[in-house]
Every structure is written in C-alpha cells, then in structure tokens.
Design a protein around this ligand. Structure first.
Ligand code: ADP
Length: 371
C-alpha cells in the first residue's frame, strides 16, 4: 500500500489513477498532518510526498516519520515543482527521504522507482522476519540449554547421594538398605540414560543421521510388548488396549523406533495426568492400508493456542514446564520417526479434561529399503 501526499486534490487524483493503472494500491492524504496521522496508524510500503505544502511541508513530514521507529524505515519519494538546487535535494535526502522527482513527473520513471522501492521493502520485510525467527530459535535454544543442564544435574545429584548412602549401609552390613539405595540410583541412571538418548537423537535428526532399520513385523504383539514394557516401569497405572481385527496386521517399519513413539506418548499421558491412573490405547484401521494408534489420557490437557507447536523442537507449554520434568524433545523425535514412516501425527485436547495423541502410518510405506 502506497500513501500519496499532496495539498492539491487534482494532483492526488491524477497520481492515484496512474498508480492504480499499474496495479499499486494507494491511499491519499491532503496535508502533512493527515499524512503523519495515517502513517502512524498503518504500515505503508512507500510514501510519495509533495514538498511544497502549507503548514507542515514534505521535509517536515519526512523528518517526523524518521523520528519514530514504526515509520523510520518507510521509503519516501519527494515530488517537487520548484527549480531544484543541490541544496534543496540534499535537504530531501537528509530528512530521511530516499529519492527525488521533479514535476511534471515522468510517470515511467516514477513507476520504475516505485517498483524498485517496493521490491526493496519486501526484501527488507522478509529479512526482518527471518531475523526474528532466528532470534526466537536462538532464545529457545538458550532456554533449552538451561533446562537441559538442570535436568541432567538432578538425577546426577541423586545418584551421588544414593551411592554414598549405599556405601555407608554396606559398611554397616545393612544389606537390604544397601540394595534399596542401589535400586534407587539405578532408576536415576535410567532417567539419565533416557535424557542423553533424547539429546543424541535430536542431534542425529539435525544432521540427518537418525538411522532406521525397516522390517516386517506383526503389529498386535509389537504393541502389547511395548505396553507391557511400560507397565513394568509403572505397575500402578492402568493401561487399556482396545482394537479389533488386528491379528493379521503386518507392518513394514522400524519396530524399535515405533516403540519409542508409543512409549513417549504413554509417558506423557502419565506425566501430564498427575490426578489420573487411566490411559487408553486405541488401535484402528482407519482406511485400507493404514493403521492408527490413539493414546488418551485424563490429564491437564493443553491450551488451544499451544497445540500447534507441541511437536516442535524444544517446545514446552510454558505454564506446565516448571512443574514437570522434561526437555521438550520427545514429541519432536516422535514427529521425525512418524514422518520417516510416511505417516501422520497429531493430537486433540481439552484443557482440564485430557488429551489424545495419535499417529497413523501406512502398513507398507513406499520405496523403503529393507535391511
Ligand atoms: P517433554 O520432555 O517436555 O515432556 P515433549 O516433546 O514430550 O517434551 O512434549 C512437549 C510438551 O507438550 C510438554 O512439555 C507438555 O507441555 C506438552 N504435552 C505433551 N504431552 C502431553 C499430554 N499428554 N498432556 C498435556 N500436555 C502434554
């Protein structure tokens, strides 16, 4: 959108028509004051500014615009009827203007200049967006390093403590106590191991080196096995598997990586549902050649505005992140695994009620190399 500013209505109308005939949307301002008001309210790609105007002249408008961060980078083309001296032109550039045209205007030249400015303005905008995106990614990474150091340090401190206690109990020949402390430190070692694996997987995804080993396997025993492994870690939780007609379903995929997805969905379903012990796993065949797994919890849920970001790297829902352990990498890794199986993933959630995370993969993905 271009703003044209001139105190003479006939000039405004003529210029507006020329711009319109070349496909440039434009708005008119009849005075310096009106131009300032408009430019502060709305973002223009370019301002074409008459120099000689009563009250606030074109240079003063340009100077005022360059003083505000919202408008200082808008390009300006000055239009002047006067016999231009070098000093006059210098003033135009010095007050923030970028170019200068003398009336009567050569419309071909004007259009060429406008096209150049608009292109520059668009390039600048996309560069700014890029910078902003990188800044966001950078600050997420910084925040992540902080969380990661804390998450790694916590089990390490516990392990140190439990091992000291185990040594003291052993010295006092209290074997059951020693065993208990060793078991507790083993649990913490497992947690540490999981965190480091997540970190390594994330790095491998970044460098395109996350390896997959595709093989045919029966889906139902695979899923039961994954859930049983999970039940061993959480014997007090109630995990229900539902689904019919799955006995003959065979899938071509990386069994270990898909188990990683199921375990991740399950551990989130437990972690983000402190008040509930029930998780449902539904398996279905939504279409010919596709299998879908839904993991439903009755936990805290996720606010609607956060839902689109969950599968992004390092993403954690702010308010919850402080109360629950995690690095915000689990779902990012799941997304990569599912995509590599040519599948889809997603979730639905109702804050305060619970969430369902699902994935859907083809039974036999296309062009997969068996190994
Ligand atoms: P984290 O290690 O933080 O759990 P994930 O990538 O697994 O990382 O999950 C990203 C974020 O998504 C979590 O921090 C959490 O805020 C949210 N989230 C994931 N699963 C659930 C769930 N079942 N219920 C509520 N929030 C969830």
């Amino acid at each position: 959108m271009i703003l044209i500013v001139d105190d003479k209505v006939e000039n405004l109308i003529a210029l507006s028509k020329v711009l319109q005939s070349h496909g440039f949307e434009n708005e008119k301002a009849h005075s310096g004051e009106e131009a300032l008001k408009k430019a502060l309210r709305k973002r223009y790609d370019l301002i074409i500014l008459d120099v000689q105007m009563p009250d606030i002249d074109g240079f003063e408008v340009a100077e005022a615009l360059s003083g505000s961060s919202r408008t200082s980078d808008i390009p300006i083309i000055f239009l002047s009827a006067v016999n231009v001296s070098k000093e006059f032109i210098t003033k135009g550039y010095a007050s923030g203007g970028r170019d200068y045209l003398v009336k009567p205007i050569d419309t071909d030249i004007l259009i060429l200049k406008i096209q150049t400015f608009i292109k520059l303005s668009q390039t600048q905008l996309s560069l700014q967006q890029e910078i902003e995106q990188r800044r966001l990614a950078e600050s997420r990474k910084d925040e992540f390093i902080g969380i990661a150091s804390h998450e790694l340090n916590t089990p390490l401190t516990s392990i140190k403590g439990y091992l000291q206690l185990a040594r003291v109990s052993l010295e006092q020949q209290r074997i059951p106590q020693t065993k208990l402390f060793l078991e507790r430190s083993e649990k913490q070692v497992n947690r540490l191991n999981m965190l480091v694996t997540e970190l390594l997987d994330t790095t491998r995804i970044e460098s395109g080196k996350l390896k997959f080993h595709y093989q045919y396997f029966d889906f139902e025993p695979f899923l039961r096995g994954a859930v049983d492994n999970f039940r061993e870690v959480y014997p007090d939780k109630h995990i229900v598997i539902r689904g019919d007609g799955l006995e003959t379903v065979r899938v071509l995929g990386d069994e270990n990586r898909l188990e990683q997805v199921v375990l991740n969905y399950l551990s989130n379903a437990i972690k983000y549902a402190p008040g509930s012990d029930e998780v449902e796993v539904d398996v279905s065949l939504p279409e010919e050649g596709l299998i879908q797994v839904d993991v439903t919890d009755h936990g805290i849920g996720i606010p609607v505005e956060r839902q689109p970001h969950l599968f992004e790297k390092f993403y954690r829902v702010d308010e919850e992140a402080r109360h629950f352990q995690g690095l915000g990498m689990g779902l990012y890794i799941c997304a990569e695994i599912i995509s590599r199986h040519q599948g889809e993933y997603g979730m639905t959630s109702e804050p305060g009620k619970g969430s369902t995370f699902y994935f859907r993969i083809p039974l036999v993905p296309r062009n997969i190399a068996l190994n």
